[in-house]
Every structure is written in C-alpha cells, then in structure tokens.
Design a protein around this ligand. Structure first.
Ligand code: HEM
Ligand code: HEM
Length: 396
C-alpha cells in the first residue's frame, strides 16, 4: 500500500490527513456548540465554560495547521478518479461539497482565531505563543465581524459534512461500490476508472456560497457596535469642556487581565489652578453603564450579576478636586449599582494655555458594590478593578 495516491486509490498520507481532520473537526464542532450554550452563573460554571472553550480553541488551531498541511499535500497529489464518471450531477455535487469542506477547513478556524485575537480575556488557547495574531487589532468591531463569520461558516461546514457523510453512505449502502473503502482501507478500485476533465465550476460555486455566507455575517444585527473610545458629551456647565477622553477599566478573569471601557459619559468640571479654601474645584462624571465593552465578556459584564445595566443605567462619580503630593486628587463618591462608595482618584494635570491634559488611575473593589456576588473567590473574577482616566479639556 503506497503512501501516495494513484488514479485508483488514496495513499496512506491522504487517508491519515482525511481521518485526522475528520476526527478533530467532529470533536471541535460539538465542543463549540456546547461551550457556547453552557451557563456562567456561578464561579464553577464559568470555570467549566472557560475550560471547554479553551479546549475548543486549541483543537481549532490544531485543525488550522493540519488543514494547511493537508491542502498543500492535496495540491501535489494525484486525485483518484471517480468510480462513476458518467453520473455528472452526482460528481458535480460531490466536488462542490469537497470544495466547501476545503474552504471551511481554513475559513472556520481562521475566523474563530481572529475573533479570539481581537478581544482580550476569557478562555485562552492552551499554548505558549501568545493570544494575539499579527495584523489583528484589539477591536470590538473586528471581533464582532469575525465572530459572526465564524458562526455562519460553521453552519456551512456542518451542512457540507452532513451532505458529505450522506454521500459516502449512499455509495456504500445503495451503490455498494468502493468509494468509502477506498478512503478507509486504501484499496484500489476494481476497474481502472476513466479520468474525467476537472471543471472549476464546483470551486466557483463553493466560493460564491462562502461569499453569500460572509455577506449574511456582515448584515447589521440588533445592537449597534459601540466604539471603545469616543469623545464624551460634556454638558454646558463648569468652566472646562472635555474634547476627548477615555474611561477604561481592567479586571483579572481566570488569571488573565481583561480591559474594557465606557463609550458614553459626560464630565462637568469646574477647576482653577489657584485653590480656594483648599479646593481647586469639583467634578461630576455621569457614565452610561450600557455603553461598556469588556473584551469577549461584555454581555456577562452588563448582566444582573455585575453592572446590571438594565436596572442601573447610570453610574455617577462626584468629587472635590484637592491638591495632592504629586498633582491633584478627585476626592468624592462613586454611585454604581445603586451603592455609593467613597473613592479617591489621584491624577496628573498638564495645562498648556487653555488646554489641559489629565491622566489618573485608581483601584476599586467589586465587592463594595455587590458585584459578582456569586463569584466569591478571585480564581474566576478578581476582586480588584483598576480604573484609568485620560482626557483633554479646553478652558471655557
Ligand atoms: C475547525 C475548527 C473549528 C470549528 C469546527 C469550530 C466550530 C464552532 C462551532 C460549531 C461553534 C458554535 C457556534 C454556535 O453556537 O452555533 C463555535 C463557536 C466558537 N468558536 Fe469555534 N470552531 C473552530 C475553531 C475555532 C478557533 C480556532 C477559535 C479561536 C481560537 C474558535 C473560537 C470560537 C468562539 C470564541 C466561539 C463562540 C462564538 C460566539 O461567541 O458566538 N473556534 N465554533
Ligand atoms: C464520518 C465522516 C466522514 C466520512 C465517512 C467521509 C468519507 C469520505 C470519502 C469516502 C471520501 C472519498 C470520496 C471520493 O473518493 O470521491 C472523502 C473525501 C473527502 N473528505 Fe471525507 N468523510 C468524513 C468526514 C469528513 C470531514 C469531517 C471532512 C472535513 C471537514 C472531510 C473532508 C473530505 C474531503 C475534502 C475529501 C476530498 C478528498 C479529495 O480531495 O480527494 N471528510 N471522505
């Protein structure tokens, strides 16, 4: 039995590639479906979901490399001729399905991987080469587009596999020919088949189907994509107008740091370089909690367990601006999830003419706000939350 294909048989290498990819894919698909549907309402449930997702992603990345090897091998190999070249329609359909499978072997893992690389956090790939991908930016919109494509392409892949298995069974059970045995045992087909001209039409049709799938994935759905960084809208109060800024935060999830931000917030700032009664002014920041994004776990962060954005659509930080050892500090309270907690935000300020640049950082404890009460240890979600503020304001 040869390692190489002939006109009449599949060689050992082609068969090994075929059954290795088949086994990996037929494991990755149920893992993806199950992982996506597992609950995450307790620390244990979240840990299990992350494990299943990590396994799914790791297998998926392996598939990608095995698939590349397989495709390169196929390009240099002879294709065994069909056993029934006279059945034109059947042959055409089989080739269409084979092309669908080849395309999905690359497109499915790649879209999953791009989705993973574009967002931080949750369920790492189990390998030492990092979680990012060259040329893939950390971007919510890239992640959403790749995630939608992964979802649609997995459906095209599943449909193709079902048709493919049905075809193989039809040959084996109804036609009682050697099509399946040629792939399982590598036997030579009994008669020397007549090689037929290979048309490129099935490849073209498969590409069109994937193009339609990509179009469906790109169609706008329910929630609009929020921009991670947008200029806040400042009300016409205070004597400084914020022109641009970011309000970010970071947490540790399953040992990985995840960063997020609020896209919509307003800041009402009164500030004077000269202190009056020991105070430089005051600030009130109103945050639209629904505008938050947090890596791949935005939905979980918005849920009742955490920010509960449905019940508490706003968070408010109100503080006096006081001098501090290295710059200033905003000393006041943060009201989040209906709970008010004292918060101090030390910050640095550089004023050039009428433009001020401010950067500040502070740490909070999620438990002070009753967040993630069912995640009672730090292994799933850390207690500490870092808050990063950076803004530019102009004097009014
Ligand atoms: C050939 C390999 C792969 C196959 C067959 C596959 C298949 C699937 C399937 C069937 C789903 C469930 C879709 C649904 O719920 O309807 C899924 C979801 C998912 N897969 Fe994969 N996948 C593969 C590779 C990857 C890779 C390499 C990654 C990342 C590195 C990945 C990341 C994900 C993620 C994050 C989801 C959840 C998407 C969401 O939030 O909707 N997958 N995959
Ligand atoms: C139980 C599952 C499967 C069975 C019984 C099966 C059976 C077969 C058979 C009998 C052939 C040879 C067809 C011929 O000679 O014309 C074949 C070819 C092929 N199979 Fe599968 N297969 C299975 C799963 C898969 C999976 C999961 C994939 C990939 C996602 C796949 C991809 C392919 C491809 C691309 C070819 C064409 C090989 C070539 O270029 O000649 N198969 N399969």
């Amino acid at each position: 039995m040869s390692a190489r294909n002939s006109h009449r048989s599949y060689g050992r290498v082609a068969r090994l590639f075929h059954w290795a990819t088949a086994a990996l894919i037929l494991t990755a698909i149920p893992l993806g479906l199950i992982a996506n549907r597992l609950p995450y309402d307790t620390a244990e449930a979240l840990a299990l979901k992350a494990q299943v997702f990590s396994l799914h992603k790791t297998l998926g990345v392996i598939v990608f490399f095995v698939a590349l090897g397989r495709i390169l091998w196929t390009l240099v190999e002879t294709h065994p001729a069909p056993l029934h070249p006279e059945r034109r329609l059947e042959l055409w359909l089989a080739r269409l399905v084979h092309w669908m499978l080849y395309i999905s072997l690359v497109a499915v893992p790649l879209t999953g991987w791009v989705h993973h690389a574009a967002v931080t956090g949750f369920a790492p790939i189990w390998w030492p080469f990092g979680q990012g991908l060259p040329f893939v930016p950390q971007s919510e919109s890239v992640a959403q587009a790749a995630g939608a494509a992964h979802w649609v392409f997995t459906k095209l892949m599943i449909a193709s596999i079902l048709l493919h298995i049905a075809g193989a069974l039809k040959h084996h059970v109804i036609d009682r020919d050697d099509t399946l045995r040629r792939m399982t045992r590598g036997i030579n087909a009994p008669a020397t088949p007549i090689p037929v001209r290979r048309s490129t039409l099935p490849l073209f049709a498969a590409l069109v189907l994937f193009g339609i799938g990509a179009g469906v994935a790109a169609m706008p759905r329910g929630e609009p994509v929020t921009q991670a960084i947008t200029a806040p809208q400042t009300p016409a109060a205070g004597n400084w107008q914020v022109t641009e800024g970011t309000l970010g935060f970071g947490v540790t999830q399953m040992g990985q740091s995840v960063t997020g931000s609020f896209a919509t917030w307003t800041a009402d700032i009164t500030f004077d370089e000269a202190a009056t009664n020991g105070t430089h002014g005051s600030v009130t920041v109103t945050i639209d909690t629904g505008s938050l994004t947090l890596g791949s776990v935005t939905t979980q962060a918005k849920s009742a367990d955490f920010f509960d954005t449905g019940t508490y659509p706003q968070a408010i930080f109100t503080a006096d601006i006081l001098p501090a050892a290295s710059g200033y500090e905003a000393n006041g309270t943060l009201t989040l999830r209906g709970t008010t907690v004292p918060v101090t935000l030390p910050f640095a300020l550089t004023i050039t003419g009428d433009t001020a640049l401010m950067t500040g950082q502070t740490s909070l404890d999620r438990r002070d706000f009753g967040m993630g009460a069912s995640y009672s240890d730090e292994a799933s979600v850390g207690f500490g939350v870092t808050v990063d503020v950076a803004l530019t304001a102009t004097r009014q």
